[in-house]
Design a protein around this ligand. Structure first.
Ligand code: FAD
Length: 283
């Protein structure tokens, strides 16, 4: 079973130093790899590279995200050659979202075009992860079509997938069953988002199409500005979700860390996960 942590490139020297401390704490959980996000249109190109280097020194195994919207084939090839020269062997291949008003541009329409390009130029030199949406992508024209696009993306040469975060485990299990029924056989790893700041989470979830179940939303809203209760309840909800997924059997787990260690360390402690290695539980 793989365990991975996702970080984003910090914007200032202060947050960069803070990330160094938080990622160091997470190193105690011995992740299989960590990943670093990439702003669509190359907006964090330098920041991503700096963070990838920082994480590589700390963890060894780092997967930079590469998004293709608005990019040229030459840009993407240069980026990937740079990563190969650094010894990177794993990437997360995405379409990305350009801010509204930027039009489309670029030479890639969808993530599948990026997967095909990587396989054409680099064959098997990268282990390629792609994105999956158990509750469907917000722009999907239909659930069936979205699933079909996902299946085609996997068959185009992806080695695995990481899901958007979710709070309905049934959505994940059904999505995996349906993808497997359509011939996917690569791992589909659930992405887990700890809940610490409910207002921020609600905004993200509206934008990315994740449903926050009514009972969670109502409980959270009832806490108002009581951040301690929000964190405590969020911790219980996400710990139960991870427990349920681990019990059912999953190929791995990917945490959206939001560059913070403590919420994840608390979940690991509550579930007595033995360094997350080999799914061993300590108690
Ligand atoms: P695609 O697989 O291209 O799908 C996007 C939409 O297009 C879907 O509705 C799909 O049904 C449709 N589609 C796909 N193929 C076709 C086709 N052939 N014809 C017609 N329609 C099609 N964004 C970033 O900018 N940077 C990041 O670092 C980043 N990391 C992420 C990590 C994970 C694990 C996840 C789940 C998402 C991440 N995102 C990131 C967000 C992602 O870029 C957006 O969700 C984006 O809108 C879709 O990206 P995708 O790779 O899933 O696109």
């Amino acid at each position: 079973m793989t365990i991975s942590f996702e970080f984003f490139p910090p914007k200032s020297a202060e947050t960069q130093a803070q990330l160094g401390q938080d990622s160091q704490k997470l190193a105690s959980l011995k992740p299989s790899y960590v990943s670093v996000t990439y702003g669509a249109g190359g907006s964090t190109r330098d920041g991503t590279r700096i963070t990838v280097e920082q994480m590589r020194a700390q963890f060894g195994n780092v997967a930079p995200h590469v998004s293709c919207i608005g990019a040229s084939r030459a840009d993407v090839q240069a980026l990937l050659e740079d990563y190969r020269a650094m010894g990177i062997g794993r990437i997360v291949a995405l379409r990305g979202d350009l801010p509204s008003g930027y039009g489309h541009g670029g030479e890639f329409m969808h993530a599948i075009d990026l997967v095909r390009f990587i396989r054409e130029k680099f064959d098997n030199q990268f282990f390629i992860e792609v994105a999956a949406y158990p509750e469907f992508h917000p722009q999907a024209r239909s659930a069936d079509l979205d699933l079909q696009h996902f299946v085609e993306k996997m068959k185009a040469g992806a080695h695995g997938a990481i899901t958007q975060y979710f709070f309905n485990s049934d959505a994940y299990f059904r999505f995996v069953d349906e993808a497997y029924a359509r011939g996917v056989d690569q791992p589909i790893v659930p992405g887990i988002m700890p809940i610490t700041n409910f207002n921020q989470l609600a905004r993200f979830s509206d934008a990315c199409g994740t449903e926050i179940p009514r009972w969670i939303r109502h409980r959270m809203q009832s806490y108002g500005d009581d951040t301690a209760s929000i964190r405590a309840f969020g911790h219980e909800v996400v710990t139960d979700l991870v427990d349920q997924l681990l019990t059912a059997g999953i190929p791995g787990i990917h945490f959206y860390t939001m560059n913070k260690a403590d919420p994840i360390l608390k979940i690991a402690e509550a579930l007595k996960l033995d360094g997350f290695v080999g799914l061993g539980r300590a108690g």
